[in-house]
Design a protein. Structure first.
Length: 79
């Protein structure tokens, strides 16, 4: 489960009950892992995959995010 891999700060961000979240952190701090954990939390809370929007600044980051989501939740969810 992606949530079990997060530290306390990442876990708090991933499981926030706020409808919108802004995560600002430097490179290598676990932002992608936190976002994948957030997806796990949302899916576990009954949110449908097609209701989740992920935005990235680069195609490389988008490919990484899709790969990580597909690894945990399958290719259907990653679409």
């Amino acid at each position: 489960m992606p949530l079990s891999r997060l530290n306390q700060e990442q876990y708090s961000a991933a499981t926030s009950t706020e409808s919108q979240n802004l995560i600002i952190a430097s490179a290598g701090t676990g932002k992608t892992s936190t976002i994948v954990g957030r997806i796990a939390f949302l899916l576990g809370s009954g949110v449908k995959p097609q209701e989740i929007l992920l935005l990235t600044f680069t195609n490389k980051a988008a490919a990484e995010m899709i790969a990580r989501v597909a690894e945990f939740f399958g290719k259907d969810v990653a679409r």
